[in-house]
Ligand binder design. Structure first.
Ligand code: 5GP
Ligand code: MN
Length: 340
């Protein structure tokens, strides 16, 4: 993988067919960073399409350009054609092609140049010709901002780009509270505000946009579906398929739920297991010195970051809960000592 700076000079050369893609079930950073890059690249008259491997949460629909994003699962032949014919394929907010689920084969067979912009650990560098992978970065949105500025196009930062990148960095920093919220993140946000960004409406769009059902679902979850293991400074939430049906829970409605138990004093790791029918999806969050990326990789076919990771299992919900309890026992030493 060559440094991404090697493509800077080509940005303004000719008209390219460009596909920008992200991980399945995109979050605010995946959608914000890809659409931010979209609004930058179209200024060079390239023909640019953003493709998501799957559907996404409706609270992301307000983003400028979101209504033109293709859902691969619902537009498979159009998406495959675009991927096949693309000169450039930007891969944002993921670093192994398997994170694009059913799109993996199309991406692997594509003739175009694959370019990575991502902040997760252990990238599959051999499948990307150019790229930047930096685990110290708060978000892929921050890296798209750097890409635009380092290429010398700060003057092209417009309001659409600002809205998308702000949503991305805000999502991935837990509203600017995680340790990854560096001095540079605040400088970026300051620059976007200087250019006229209205940030409070973005918070409203992302956080004050839910159904009554969802709030009642959260209430039920915290009351009846959360188990706290004080011996291991750990809490687990397990959601059944019946819960999802009962409260009419849609993609994205469970976002952020995993963070609630971390507000209990002393809790160092929080986990959520959701029975999605075809698989059991897991999310892990930690504070301080417990590495959930390694934990997710070792026990739940997953990965992510040091303090935020995910995985999945094809076993039953009961089996995954039992496996989780065994896994925390095996990690008792790391979980029972506190280090920030
Ligand atoms: P979330 O828990 O919000 O789904 O994901 C937290 C972090 O872990 C994200 O950075 C996400 O990309 C990563 N992640 C979530 N699920 C998986 C997975 O199944 N495999 C890998 N490698 N990473 C995941
Ligand atoms: Mn991200």
């Amino acid at each position: 993988m060559q440094p991404i700076s090697n493509i800077f000079s080509e940005l303004s050369e000719g008209t390219k067919k460009v596909v920008i893609t992200m991980h399945q079930k995109p979050d605010g950073d995946a959608m914000g960073s890809t659409l931010g890059l979209f609004h930058f690249l179209i200024q060079f008259n390239h023909s640019v399409t953003v493709i998501s491997p799957t559907n996404w949460a409706s609270f992301l629909d307000w983003m400028p350009g979101a209504k033109n994003v293709l859902d691969f699962e619902h537009n498979e032949s159009d998406s495959n054609k675009l991927i096949e014919e693309a000169d450039w394929i930007f891969c944002l907010d993921f670093n192994t092609l398997s994170r694009t689920k059913n799109m993996e084969t199309a991406l692997l067979n594509a003739k175009g140049t694959r370019i990575l912009i991502d902040h997760h650990q252990q990238p599959q560098t051999e499948v990307f010709s150019f790229g930047v992978s930096d685990t110290t970065k708060s978000s892929t949105a921050e890296m798209v901002y750097d890409f635009i500025c380092n290429a010398g196009y700060q003057d092209k930062l417009n309001d659409s780009i600002a809205q998308c990148l702000y949503a991305g960095v805000m999502t991935d920093t837990g509203s600017f509270r995680f340790p990854s919220t560096s001095y540079h993140v605040h400088l970026m946000v300051a620059e976007l505000l200087k250019r006229g960004l209205n940030q409070s409406i973005i918070h409203q769009n992302l956080f004050d946009n839910f159904s009554e059902n969802r709030l009642r679902f959260i209430g039920n979850t915290l009351l009846n579906r959360m188990e706290v293991f004080y011996e291991y400074n750990t809490a687990l939430i397990a959601i059944t398929q019946q819960d999802l049906y009962k409260y009419d829970i849609k993609t994205g409605d469970t976002e952020g739920l995993v963070n609630y138990p971390l507000s209990i004093e002393g809790i160092k790791m929080a986990a959520i297991i959701i029975d999605r029918g075809e698989e059991r999806k897991c999310s892990f969050r930690s504070k301080g010195s417990f590495d959930v990326n390694s934990f997710a990789r070792k026990y739940f076919n997953g990965g992510g970051h040091y303090n935020a990771a995910g995985g999945f299992s094809k076993d039953t919900l009961e089996k995954v809960i039992a496996d989780f309890k065994i896994a925390i026992k095996e990690n008792k030493n790391e979980l029972s000592t506190y280090q920030f």
